[in-house]
Design a protein around this ligand. Structure first.
Ligand code: SF4
Length: 965
């Protein structure tokens, strides 16, 4: 039997269906009107939101109200916190409240009691001016009398408790919108009398303030002296809505949602209204015009009409001028619009004005007039559709060669799976599109989306879908070996070295001019050499200098790796410094040999002995000659790494070169066809090297990686104390590098060791400047396929597909973002190329040295040779700082998030286990950056969006005290 509440609700629904303000209804006969607009649902077919959803969408942006859902968990638990409306004050609306009814509550009929108690709890804990109570299907079905509970609670607790009677089963989301309006009308509007009503008061109905976009419009109204009495619901307060009946006029923004409310307010309180839109330039102007005209009709001074025209003329001129800048980039681009309605006409008009072609638009919720206008503009019925199934939309994108789909989140993946740019212009959009500035923002976002470089990448065929052409250049003469590039053409690229960016503008390299380095970017060269020696099994790096240098380097290495690091010193004291260090060096080597029996002692010179001019190479040769017997079984190699030159990159490369020169057997040797030497750059993490090895092995190849820190610094716990490194490349393997079929080099700084290996053994090399990004990973896979003769395994193919998906999902967070990076040259190139490939801009690029030729290839306008002080000065205004842990203070001062890369990373765990290369590493980087942006996203504020304020006080960046003079 139907309850009283249900029969009342039925009557209300009939009333809503009869709405004469709705133009669709005006075209219907009485019988058709009674049936409403919702199409009957088809069991088994996908359905939209329910009436409860619609009611909550309309009311929840009322920011200081507690919204309490009286239902089992699913209704609220599955739907809360999913809308992008913004508040300039209270945040209570973002807190989710539900009575979370259990089976026992339902069976025992305890729902009403629980609701009553929940209202009290919320009142006591949060003290809101009102609580809105939403019954849903189950509580409506079991007959909980929500109206009665709300009435009693309101009386007892002395607070407004508003029943919003729109259980899901009564109909569609659209019906729920209207029932929400009814609830306001019945229980809220007109319940408080304001004492400041005036002739310029208006209501805005159906404006949700998504991404704060109403704040792009409100300053225009303020300038005209128009006061928004109540904005329903965007950024609304309960008090304002309760006083809304004293406004002189109203604008209905989303006519289908709250038209009933507007009409009934006109009927009850004589508030005239018009339907308008803030999307598009002419639509915004028209809305301002109509607003002023209605106010004048209701008694406002007619001089407002003239002021309105002046404002419109000024704002239109500014907007069109700004839009003109996009014209050359967007003219002729083809847009498919599937907006759900209200924006169709105005957006179509504005886009066409700047030369964009509309290849199709939905008119699902457009008014009859808007449809007629669109028809006239597009001049072809073919371009107009009511609504479309995803499959048809997918086909339409390619048939009509659309460059972008503008739609809501539901069809996002239709576009992305069709590898077509997409922009959200519905509920969940990230950017404000209302008003004049909003239109410019929309066009800017279209530009960013269409021109994001990921589209070219995701549309490229996989390497296994094209036949790689391999041309091998064997050296004709000995001297030519120095510049040999063994494999030049893969998958259509002709770059000499993979990763090279051809035809790009010349990078300006700005030299270091300051006397005082401010917050150094670099770590010392001997530290880089020590790190490389740590990648050899049984090794002991030995700093030849004073003990302090060793101690600092040791502490930094320990803080970064969180490992026991093996590092020794020749401990030059005052006497040794004056008289010379060979004795100290000999003593240290012999002591180490006797005490810990390392397979390798890697001597790294420091500035002290280099400044003294010690002949360390000669000293070591003497020691080895003199102590041949004692040193049997231990290699001693020397890397000349004075601290006053280079940084980690150079030290690492010098140590690898020294090991090849000192240990590898010279001369052409019988080759093992599956053996590949890999010389990774220092910037590859432990996880990178492990991943690299697995990838190479998956093609049936046998890699020898030098150095291999994945074996020695991989964060494992040995079951005994080990005095040297206990993993890494073996000395035997270093000796036998000449038997490899080929050498793969990662990073420009590793060219020198590769050239030395080639010169000594004839093993040719292929150099990859970076292995991050889809294209570089493709080239690497192509190379492995070619060298091994094996097809890419299914796991590798799957990883590529996952990266494509990550590019599609992640690129929204990168487009147009400004990135400031400080890193050593190869890592700077790797990261800058990655960000550029995702559609970001490099706002600042700082590195340690100009010597490396990779610096000229960094995709940035200029590269500053400098320090973190330079990064701070140049990076102000960026969206993200990218550098090591020492950058955290700059990030804090600038209020910009920091992405930690390189060395040292001492304030985070797991730096070594972060993957940054090939398909998986690129995917992980995309997620990491996107998550940083999401975690640090700033909520929009009225001040930040205010278009008039921005024009008067353009953002000027204050010069940093750290800026160079
Ligand atoms: S249809 Fe009913 S039960 Fe389902 S979410 Fe909507 S209100 Fe809740």
């Amino acid at each position: 039997m139907e309850t009283d509440a249900m029969s009342l609700l039925r009557a209300k629904i009939q009333d809503v269906f009869n709405e004469p303000g709705c133009e669709k209804n005006r075209g219907k006969d009485a019988k058709a009107r009674k049936e409403g607009c919702s199409k009957p649902l088809t069991p088994g077919a996908a359905a939209g939101g329910c009436a409860f959803d619609g009611a909550k969408i309309v009311l929840q942006p009322i920011t200081d109200v507690a919204h309490l859902i009286h239902a089992p968990l699913a209704c609220e638990g599955n739907s809360w916190d999913n809308r992008g409306a913004a508040s300039s004050g209270p945040a209570l609306w973002r807190t989710s409240f539900t009575t979370d009814l259990t089976e026992l509550d339902v069976v025992m009929g305890q729902g009403e009691r629980k609701l009553f108690k929940a209202i009290l709890e919320i009142k006591e804990a949060y003290g809101p001016p009102a609580i809105f109570v939403y019954p849903t299907c189950v509580t409506a079905l079991i007959g909980d009398d929500i109206e009665a509970v709300c009435k009693r609670a309101a009386e007892k607790y002395g607070l407004a408790v508003v029943p919003v009677n729109a259980p899901g089963f009564v109909g569609s989301k659209n019906l729920g919108n209207k029932l929400a309006g009814e609830a306001l009308l019945e229980h809220v509007i007109g319940t408080i009398e304001p004492d400041d009503a005036g002739p310029y008061d208006i209501n805005i109905l159906g404006e949700f303030n998504l991404s704060g976009e109403f704040w792009l419009v409100k300053p225009l109204l303020d300038r005209l002296g128009i006061r928004v009495r109540a904005s329903i619901p965007g950024d609304a307060r309960y008090f304002d809505i309760a006083c809304a009946h004293r406004a002189r006029a109203a604008m209905v923004v989303c006519s289908t949602a709250l038209i009933n409310l507007a009409r009934k307010m006109e009927q009850r309180w004589g508030i005239p209204f018009f339907e308008g839109s803030f999307y598009g330039i002419s639509a915004t102007s028209e809305a301002l015009r109509q607003m002023s005209q209605l106010l004048v009709k209701k008694g406002a001074d007619p001089e407002i009409l003239g002021r309105t025209e002046v404002l419109i003329a000024e704002e239109e001129a500014i907007a069109w001028k700004r839009l003109a800048a996009y014209q050359p980039r967007l003219a002729g681009k083809r847009v498919l619009l599937n907006t759900g309605g209200v924006k169709s006409w105005s957006v179509v008009h504005a886009l066409m004005e700047i030369g964009i072609e509309i290849v199709g638009t939905s008119v699902k919720k457009s008014t009859v007039e808007d449809k007629a206008r669109i028809k006239q503009m597009l001049n072809d019925d073919n371009h107009i559709f009511e609504q479309m199934a995803p499959r048809e939309l997918y086909a339409m994108l390619s048939e009509r060669k659309a460059d972008i789909l503008l739609s809501g989140g539901r069809t996002q993946f239709v576009a992305l799976k069709a590898k077509t740019p997409w922009l959200d212009i519905n509920q969940e959009r990230q950017h404000p599109y209302a008003g004049y500035d909003g239109m410019v923002e929309l066009v800017r976002q279209i530009d960013i989306a269409i021109h994001n470089p990921i589209w070219a990448q995701v549309r490229e065929p996989a390497p296994w879908d094209c036949q790689p052409t391999v041309r091998e250049e064997r050296p004709l003469t000995r001297s030519e070996t120095l510049t040999l590039h063994a494999v030049q053409e893969f998958a259509g690229t002709t770059a000499n070295d993979f990763g090279e960016c051809r035809g790009k503008p010349i990078v300006r390299i700005l030299p270091q001019t300051k006397a005082a380095a401010v917050n150094p970017l670099k770590s010392s060269q001997p530290l880089g050499a020590a790190l490389a020696f740590l990648g050899v099994y049984g090794a002991m790096p030995l700093f030849h200098g004073s003990q302090g240098c060793t101690s600092f380097a040791l502490v930094l290495l320990v803080r970064h790796f969180k490992e026991a690091i093996q590092l020794q010193t020749t401990a030059m004291d005052e006497v040794a410094t004056i008289l010379g260090g060979p004795d100290h060096l000999e003593e240290a080597i012999l002591n180490l040999k006797a005490r810990i029996k390392p397979t390798l002692i890697g001597v790294c010179t420091t500035a002290l002995v280099e400044t003294r001019g010690d002949d360390c190479a000669g000293d070591i040769a003497n020691i080895r000659l003199k102590r041949t017997k004692e040193l049997a079984g231990t290699e001693v190699v020397l890397a000349n790494t004075p601290d006053f030159d280079g940084a980690i990159e150079e030290g690492w490369a010098k140590a690898v070169t020294a090991m090849i020169e000192g240990i590898t057997r010279s001369g052409e040797q019988a080759r093992q066809s599956k053996k590949i030497v890999i010389l990774p750059g220092w910037n590859l993490t432990v996880a990178d090297i492990e991943h690299l090895r697995e990838m190479v092995e998956s093609f049936g190849l046998k890699p020898v990686i030098l150095p291999d820190v994945s074996g020695s610094l991989d964060g494992t716990v040995p079951d005994r104390w080990v005095t040297t490194t206990y993993g890494g490349t073996s000395v035997k393997d270093i000796r036998e590098l000449g038997t490899a079929e080929r050498c793969i080099v990662i990073g420009e700084h590793m060219r020198r060791p590769a050239e030395v290996l080639q010169g000594m053994t004839g093993v040719s090399y292929v150099l990859f400047r970076s292995l991050t990004g889809l294209r570089d990973a493709d080239r690497f896979v192509s190379l492995l396929s070619t060298v091994s003769g094996a097809a890419a395994p299914s796991g590798v193919r799957r990883q590529r597909s996952q990266l494509q998906d990550a590019l599609l999902d992640g690129h929204f967070h990168f487009g147009g973002k400004k990135i400031a990076i400080a890193a050593e040259p190869d890592q700077l190139y790797q990261l800058a190329s990655f960000f550029i490939g995702m559609g970001s801009e490099i706002a600042a690029a700082v590195t340690t040295a100009a010597k490396s030729k990779i610096v000229e290839e960094v995709p940035a306008q200029s590269v500053q040779i400098g320090d973190l002080g330079d990064l701070e000065a140049l990076g102000a205004g960026a969206d993200l700082l990218v550098t090591h842990s020492h950058g955290r203070q700059s990030a804090q001062r600038l209020g910009i998030p920091l992405m930690r890369v390189g060395f040292p990373i001492f304030d985070r765990l797991g730096a070594q286990h972060k993957l940054t290369i090939l398909y998986q590493g690129t995917r992980d980087l995309i997620f990491e950056v996107a998550n940083i942006f999401q975690a640090n996203g700033r909520a929009p504020t009225p001040e930040a969006l205010d278009p008039l304020r921005k024009r008067e006080t353009p953002d000027e960046l204050r010069p940093s005290p750290l800026a160079r003079h």
